[in-house]
Design a protein around this ligand. Structure first.
Ligand code: 5GP
Ligand code: MG
Length: 177
């Protein structure tokens, strides 16, 4: 598949985003809450640029079921969250598309009474947002296409591509077998 964002472009975008995050928190401890499974590569790369005291936790969100490129019903598992009360919490997801996932997670995490709650995404798709909320940190704005790689999947495949690509017909057929 042809890269939409190459490895070096991703590296640079992650570095830039980490710098903005570091500036915002100015050394205060932060709890990163990654959204499984798509954010795994972004979280792993991002945290290695951050030098403040960091805790890492994960929630699971799922809105794509099987070989689908349109979101279905949203499933959230927040059962592995640590104590968030009084903490600076940064939600980290792979992509802000309609924004429904982030909106639901912000609503859920707010109930834990963190000291602050912000969000960071690797990607934001242009012209797709259905919610008032906007992420605090965005590494890249991309066109409205279904993308895979760098943690993002189609039917649970292609997460291990080191670059980001628009899913092509052949790859979609391979992954649907
Ligand atoms: P939202 O709730 O903002 O519509 O969707 C967010 C979630 O949908 C993301 O966390 C991601 O898992 C999934 N998603 C949205 N667009 C894409 C895409 O182009 N490719 C992949 N692989 N997942 C996507
Ligand atoms: Mg996701």
């Amino acid at each position: 598949m042809t890269p939409l964002l190459t490895e070096s472009e991703l590296r640079e975008g992650v570095r830039r985003t980490a710098a903005a995050i570091a500036e915002t928190y100015a050394g205060s401890p932060v709890t990163i809450v990654g959204v499984l499974t798509g954010s795994l590569v972004f979280v792993a790369d991002l945290i290695r640029h951050l030098e403040m005291p960091l805790r890492i936790a994960f929630v699971q969100a799922r809105s794509y079921w099987g070989p689908a490129t349109q979101p279905g019903s949203l499933y959230l598992d927040v059962s592995r969250l640590p104590q968030l009360r009084g903490q600076h919490v940064l939600l980290v997801d792979d992509i802000f598309d309609t924004g429904r996932t982030m909106e639901a997670l912000v609503r859920e995490l707010t109930r834990h009474e963190p000291q602050s709650l912000r969000s960071a995404v690797l990607l934001r798709k242009q012209g797709r947002q259905e919610v008032a909320l906007a992420p605090d940190f965005v590494a890249f704005d991309i066109p409205d296409a279904f993308v895979v790689g760098y943690g993002l999947d189609f039917n649970d495949l292609y997460r291990n591509l080191p670059y980001l690509a628009v899913l092509n017909q052949a790859a979609a057929e391979d992954a649907s077998r």
